[in-house]
Design a binder for this molecule. Structure first.
Ligand SMILES: [Zn+2]
Length: 65
């Protein structure tokens, strides 16, 4: 997919209108490839359950609050 190729080269594009909190950290999605993203102390990076923990809400449900 072209989107994910671009992401691999220049980085993911955070959808800043769709940032939410999973109870521990801020989360969002990449606007191009829809990858799950997490905000760490260093900045936004791709969410990896084995690194960032599995005890989180995996999905953001619209209208949940
Ligand atoms: Zn991406």
């Amino acid at each position: 997919m072209l989107g994910s190729l671009l992401c691999a080269i220049i980085g993911h594009k955070i959808n800043r209108h769709r940032v939410w909190h999973d109870g521990r950290d801020f989360r969002s999605r990449c606007r191009r490839c829809k990858a799950n993203m997490i905000r760490t102390r260093e900045g936004w990076e791709r969410f990896k359950p084995d690194i960032h923990g599995t005890d989180r809400k995996l999905e953001h449900h619209e209208g949940e609050g």
